[in-house]
Design a binder for this molecule. Structure first.
Ligand SMILES: [Zn+2]
Length: 331
């Protein structure tokens, strides 16, 4: 857990008690507490708790895949007993993007405690809606879609600005979280991709703006962020995939995370380019592509797709099967 009490901090929002809910003494005791319940130094179950005074705000709630040896385990969740015990203080949740390790736990948690409101990107909330309907928890929260640079207030002590970032998932955000003791930049998952597949660029100007205003702390933990150097743009896998698909003599089967929207969009584009029909493998792939096409994050003609049962009727070299295994919560 990380705490900031604001002493010595020179930001405009210094902790001088003016924002305290219970008068000066309570405000003096109040401190910003940040409690990552999962997701640090591991891949999966990203769940972060921000706490100030009487307010609790959550950022993401993901799941993790079981590791070798977790026999019979479908998904792994962080311990949220602290949240259950303090559920009356939960004011809302922020979702950064729609990867399973960031939204996959939400419908499960909503069975244990209510979350008054969840703010997040359109695509992530569309994917979340499907999970919540399946879990029967649609009445446990209110979903609010945000746009780039939107600012939302959560409780009395937090306001959060959504800053467009680039990631393997479309419609992803970094956050500028303003608290009584200063602003925290919470990058979420990201990579600096200057040629994004969907043309949505990282809003670096907004990050620079907050940098000039003064930032209390940078929270940044994206997979492989510790590795020096640059990662290649997502688009760079396109020629390689193109070559393999064009040269393949038989059926092509590609596995990827269904929620890696950019990757899947490229695969569909290449199927079209190479004259192959697509059959989708797995429920996640079907659900994610349906949502992404419906919302305009993925463009593919209807006649590109054929039901899996009809794939045998086509010559092997005219078919392509993307499959994505992602875990589902038991009902
Ligand atoms: Zn991610």
């Amino acid at each position: 857990m990380t705490s900031f009490n604001g002493n010595g901090h020179r930001g405009d929002n210094g902790n001088n008690g003016s924002n305290g809910v219970n008068g000066k003494s309570a405000a003096r005791q109040a401190a910003l507490r940040v409690i990552p319940l999962g997701g640090l130094h591991e891949i999966g179950k990203n769940t972060c708790v921000f706490e100030y005074g009487d307010d609790i705000m959550l950022v993401d709630a993901g799941l993790a895949f079981p590791s070798d040896g977790m026999h019979g385990v479908n998904v792994v969740m962080p311990d949220t007993s602290y949240l259950k015990e303090n559920q009356k203080r939960i004011r809302g949740m922020i979702v950064t993007h729609g990867h399973e390790d960031h939204i996959g736990g939400i419908s499960h948690h909503l069975k244990n405690f209510n979350i008054p409101v969840i703010y997040g990107p359109r695509l992530a909330l569309a994917m979340l809606t499907g999970k919540m309907e399946e879990a029967g928890v649609m009445d446990r929260t209110v979903l609010q879609t945000v746009a780039p640079r939107d600012v939302v207030k959560v409780g009395q002590h937090f306001s959060v600005e959504f800053i467009r970032n680039t990631h393997s998932m479309a419609d992803s955000y970094s956050l500028a979280i303003t608290t009584p003791v200063g602003t925290i930049i919470f990058t979420g998952d990201f990579k600096f991709d200057h040629t994004p597949v969907d043309g949505e660029h990282f809003d670096l100007a907004r990050l620079a703006h907050h940098g000039e205003q003064g930032v209390l702390c940078l929270f940044s933990d994206s997979t492989n962020a510790e590795v020096p150097g640059f990662c290649p743009p997502e688009r760079s896998v396109f020629p390689c995939l193109d070559r393999h698909i064009a040269q393949a003599e038989g059926r092509v089967i590609i596995t990827t995370f269904a929620s890696s929207i950019h990757r899947v969009a490229m695969i569909l584009e290449l199927a079209l380019k190479n004259g192959r029909k697509v059959s989708l493998l797995g429920r996640s792939m079907l659900n994610v592509i349906a949502k992404a096409r419906e919302l305009g994050y993925m463009r593919a003609p209807d006649d590109l797709f054929v039901p899996i049962k009809q794939i045998r009727d086509l010559p092997d070299r005219e078919t392509l099967l993307p499959g994505g295994a992602e875990p589902h919560l038991p009902r």
